[in-house]
Design a protein around this ligand. Structure first.
Ligand code: FAD
Ligand code: NAD
Length: 479
């Protein structure tokens, strides 16, 4: 078994791992990044879940399906007569695959340009920051690493009542590759994946029923926005049944028969053509750690780390979905960069209080920081400003004026505690709130900032003014 030496070895080339590898190389380290993933063409692929089976392909389908319904249902409102609008699903899928190929290839180019060695195969952490590398082709060898970053990501949770069969009962990966919209689609779980993929296929003609175990819809979002979001998604045709417990799912011929109980314990049966199981993801650590690696797991199976992503083994960091915190690409990427910079002797930290969340329905749902309910429960004094897109000139001009911006600020210091957006381009507007919170801004700071007119972002400006009771384009109740 031959041995290679690197300053940094990264296991996993998803957003957390590839960001660590690239940043490490930028800082002058010799870096190898190991990933075992194979793309749909059977060739090694980079970018992990996010680029291959997650963020990017789902957004490609969300964008395509949104344009379809918008063209079919609302363009006539603005005077554009499109005629008979049809959806070509194979073409939509081919474009999605092309976007994925472009971006995963782009990571390869970034690795090459930065001098990161891509090793295609399985990585396993040994003791003493050494890594065993088993290539897809060729002999297993040991890599001596000055430091190691573990970024093996996560995989979908499976549940016993609804075993996947890869055809009729699928996880998110299967649901990103349907060849046509099923006439009747069942989804288990009204989280990010259930709502996004339910929206995609609902827009393309599926009758969608989403079964959600919890009584509350999107419990971590602002409760007003969750309520408005539930109503709007229902109006769009998503039949979201809260407080339901799935007890079984059986393939019967061409159909899947799902049995579930509602909140009162009554039994129901639902027949669908396809069923998506989207009940969360779990950390993936299979084959990752030799018994004497020194890295420990926490009680939920995540790799145990401190706030700086340091594991229990010397010179070994862990980042991304495999460690505590929200399973989001941007959170993992920031951790990857932090780990590489710490290895290089810098002292960055990740601010976990300003991780933005976005659900890419239409309108989008986005938030950062605390909800009004969080602040109320903590007993803190606060003030709220809201602004509806129905009063936004740009949103009305664009015929896209549902939703609102809500800003929660500390009553005494006026410091922004949280921002919640349900509306067009909420994912872009929330970035402004993140920047403001990173700089410890007050609501007044945003109110004193000039926003271009007419823009959707003005809704954030007006919500901030609303905290002080002086939004310009709505009648303020507090005067
Ligand atoms: P991953 O992206 O999972 O990458 C881990 C990589 O490590 C994989 O390529 C795997 O093959 C490799 N690996 C694992 N073990 C080994 C080993 N022992 N040896 C070699 N290689 C190994 N997040 C967002 O922020 N925004 C979104 O819009 C969004 N949309 C999503 C949509 C869907 C359908 C899904 C499923 C997820 C979505 N996510 C989204 C979540 C996002 O994909 C993850 O948070 C992100 O990919 C996690 O990054 P990671 O680098 O930690 O792990
Ligand atoms: P999730 O945790 O967002 O939602 C899962 C939902 O399933 C929850 O509402 C949960 O209550 C419900 N559930 C769990 N068990 C159930 C059961 N037996 N029956 C019915 N309902 C059940 O998980 P997800 O939607 O699978 O997404 C996985 C991860 O990927 C999440 O961490 C998410 O953050 C990430 N993701 C993010 C985005 C985004 O940022 N836009 C998009 C997709 C996925």
């Amino acid at each position: 078994m031959s041995t290679d030496k690197y300053d940094l070895v990264v296991i996993g080339a998803g957003p957390a791992g590839y960001a660590a590898a690239i940043r490490g190389a930028q800082l002058g380290m010799s870096v190898a990044c190991i990933d075992k993933a194979l793309g749909t063409d059977g060739q090694p692929t980079l970018g992990g879940t996010c680029l291959n089976w997650g963020c990017i392909p789902s957004k490609a389908l969300l964008d395509a399906s949104h344009r379809f319904v918008e063209t079919r249902d609302s363009l006539a409102d603005v005077g554009v007569i499109a005629g008979n609008v049809e959806m070509d699903v194979p073409r939509m899928m081919a474009r999605k695959d092309a976007v994925v190929a472009q971006l995963t290839g782009g990571i390869g180019a970034l690795f090459q340009g930065n001098g990161v060695t891509h090793l295609a195969g399985l990585g396993r952490l040994l003791s003493g920051a050494r890594v065993e590398f088993e290539p897809h082709e060729g002999e297993t060898r040991t890599l001596d690493a000055g430091s190691v970053v573990l970024a093996p990501g996560s995989v979908p949770v499976e549940i016993a009542p609804a075993p996947l069969d890869g055809d009729r009962i699928v996880d998110s990966t299967g649901a990103l590759a349907f060849d046509a919209a099923p006439a009747r689609l069942g989804v288990i779980g009204a989280g990010a994946i259930g709502l996004e993929l339910g929206s995609v296929w609902g827009r393309l003609g599926s009758e969608v029923v989403i079964l959600e175990a919890l009584e509350d819809f999107l419990p971590t979002a602002d409760s007003r926005i969750a309520r408005d979001g539930l109503r709007e998604l229902g109006r769009q045709g998503l039949d979201i049944r809260l407080g339901t417990r799935v007890t079984g799912a059986e393939v019967q011929g061409e159909a899947v028969v799902v049995s579930y109980q509602d909140g009162s314990g009554d039994e129901h049966s639902l027949e669908v053509d396809r069923l998506i199981v989207a009940v969360g993801r779990r950390p993936y650590t299979e084959g990752l750690l030799a018994p004497d690696s020194g890295v420990n797991l926490d009680e939920r199976g995540f790799l145990f780390v401190n706030d700086l992503c340091v594991t229990d083994a010397p010179n070994v960091y862990a980042v991304g979905d495999v460690v505590r915190g929200p399973m989001l690409a941007h959170k993992g990427a920031e951790e990857g960069v932090m780990a590489a910079e710490r290895i290089a002797g810098h002292k960055p930290v990740v601010n976990y209080d300003t991780v933005p969340s976005v659900i890419y329905t239409h309108p989008e749902i986005a938030w950062v920081g605390k909800t009004e309910d969080d602040v109320k429960a903590a007993g803190d004094d606060y003030r709220v400003g809201t602004f509806p897109f129905a009063a936004s000139g740009r949103a009305l001009a664009a015929n896209d004026a549902k939703g609102l911006v809500k800003l929660v600020a500390d009553a005494e210091t006026d410091r922004i505690l949280g921002v919640h957006v349900f509306g067009p381009q909420a994912s872009e507007i929330i970035a402004q709130a993140v920047i403001a919170m990173e700089f410890d801004a007050s609501a007044e700071d945003i109110g004193l900032t000039m926003f271009a007119h007419p823009t959707l972002s003005e809704a954030l400006h007006e919500a901030a003014l609303g905290v002080g009771g002086h939004a310009i384009h709505m009648i303020n109740r507090k005067r």
